[in-house]
Design a protein around this ligand. Structure first.
Ligand code: BTN
Length: 334
C-alpha cells in the first residue's frame, strides 16, 4: 500500500469532478485542504497553468469548464478509483522505453505498484526486440511496476490475462471489439492497434520484479506511420470513428490493470479467464503457422490450455501445445 499523500491540486480536482457540472464552494475546498481561501486560489492557478479552466461565481464557488486535451498527470490521478489511487503515476514527456524506465525504477527500490507513462518513446520495443514506433503523441505507452510473490511458473498466463482485460476495456471504451492474437497482439480484423510486453526478473525460484508494458495506438493518425506499418496498423480512434478522451481512457486502463493484477495474484482470475479468452481469441478455428526459430508448425488454432499454451490441431488431428513462438495467420483453404 502506498503512503504518498495526494497533492492539493489533486484534492481540488477530485472535488470538482465529483460535483461536475455543479459548483464547489471555495470555503469547502479550503476546509478540505486545511488552508486559506487565498491558498486555494493559488492552487487553482497552478491547475490553470496545466490547461484547466474554471467558472467562478460569487457565493457558489468554482466549476470546471475546460480540461487539458493532452495527457495530464493530475487529471488522470483524479479519475482513478479504489486501489488504483495507490498506484503512483510517473508521466514523462519522452523516455527511451517505459519498460526500461520501470525496470530501472524497480531496480532502485521504488515502491510498488507504479506506472510509468510517456508521451513519446525513443526506443519503444516489442517482442523479439522489434521496434515499437512511439514518436507520435496521442497514444498510450505505459509500463506498470510490480513485485508479485509468485513462482515464475505462474506467469505463463499473465500477459494473456492482462490482454483480455485490455480488450474488454477497449471494447467498452471505443464501442468496437478488438481480438487477441496469441500471445500479446491486440488487433481489429487484421490490423494491429496494440501490444503487450511483460518482463520479469527472477531470483532462483521467485520473481524479483515484474514490468507489464502496454502500447496502444489511440489518437495519433495512422497515416503518419511508415507505409509498411500503416497498412498493418490501426488506431482506437479510427475504429471508433472518433477520438478518445486520452486522460479518461488512461485512468480506466490503470484501474483495469490494477484490478486484473490483484485477481491474478489472488488466483481468482481463473473463474472467468477461459470465457474471456474465448470471447477475444482471434485465432480459434483459423489456419495458422507457429514459428519457433527455423521450425514452422502448421495447423488449426484450438484455443489455449490451462497453462496458456497455444493449442494447434495438425493435419493428422493431433493436438500440439506451444508455450512460445510467433503466430502467423495462413490463408484458409475454404
Ligand atoms: C509487441 O507488440 O510485441 C508488444 C509491444 C509493446 C509496446 C509497449 S509501449 C510501452 C512499453 N514500452 C516498451 O518499450 N514496450 C511496451
Amino acid at each position: 500500500m502506498s503512503s504518498h499523500s495526494p497533492s492539493s491540486e489533486l484534492v481540488i480536482l477530485r472535488e470538482l469532478l465529483a460535483h461536475d457540472p455543479g459548483f464547489v464552494s471555495g470555503s469547502k475546498l479550503a476546509d478540505k485542504l486545511g488552508v486559506s481561501r487565498v491558498a486555494v486560489w493559488q492552487h487553482m492557478e497552478k491547475l490553470r497553468a496545466q490547461g484547466f479552466a474554471f467558472h467562478a461565481v460569487r457565493a457558489r464557488g468554482y466549476r470546471l469548464t475546460r480540461r487539458p486535451a493532452g495527457l495530464n498527470a493530475t487529471f488522470v490521478e483524479a479519475l482513478l478509483h479504489g486501489r488504483a489511487q495507490d498506484c503512483q503515476l510517473v508521466l514523462l514527456d519522452e523516455i527511451d522505453s517505459t519498460n526500461d524506465e520501470a525496470s530501472r525504477q524497480l531496480g532502485s527500490g521504488r515502491e510498488v505498484p507504479f506506472v510509468v507513462i510517456a508521451r513519446r518513446q525513443t526506443r519503444g520495443r516489442g517482442r523479439f526486440g522489434r521496434t515499437w514506433h512511439s514518436d507520435k503523441v496521442g497514444n498510450i505507452y505505459a509500463s506498470f511496476g510490480f513485485r508479485p510473490l509468485l513462482s515464475p511458473e505462474r506467469m505463463q498466463t499473465f500477459t494473456l490475462w492482462m490482454g483480455v482485460n485490455v480488450c474488454e476495456l477497449v471494447s467498452t471504451f471505443s464501442k468496437s471489439v478488438p481480438g487477441l492474437k496469441w500471445p500479446n497482439d491486440l488487433l481489429f480484423g487484421g490490423r494491429k492497434a496494440g501490444g503487450m510486453l511483460t518482463e520479469a526478473r527472477i531470483d532462483s525460484d521467485q520473481i524479483r520484479d515484474l514490468v507489464f508494458g502496454v502500447g496502444l495506438n489511440v489518437n495519433a493518425a495512422s497515416d503518419s506511420w511508415p507505409a509498411e506499418i500503416g497498412r498493418r496498423a490501426t488506431t482506437l480512434a479510427e475504429e471508433a470513428q472518433a477520438p478518445l478522451d486520452l486522460n479518461r481512457f488512461t485512468a480506466a486502463l490503470i484501474d483495469r490493470v490494477l484490478a486484473a493484477y490483484d485477481q491474478f495474484v489472488a488466483g481468482t482470475y481463473r473463474e472467468n479467464f477461459a470465457d474471456l479468452w474465448h470471447r477475444f481469441d482471434l485465432l480459434r478455428g483459423k489456419n495458422v503457422a507457429v514459428l519457433q526459430g527455423a521450425c514452422r508448425f502448421a495447423g488449426t488454432a484450438a484455443g489455449i490450455d490451462d497453462e496458456g499454451s497455444l493449442l494447434l490441431r495438425d493435419d493428422g488431428g493431433r493436438l500440439q501445445r506451444f508455450r512460445a513462438g510467433e503466430v502467423t495467420l495462413e490463408k484458409n483453404a475454404s
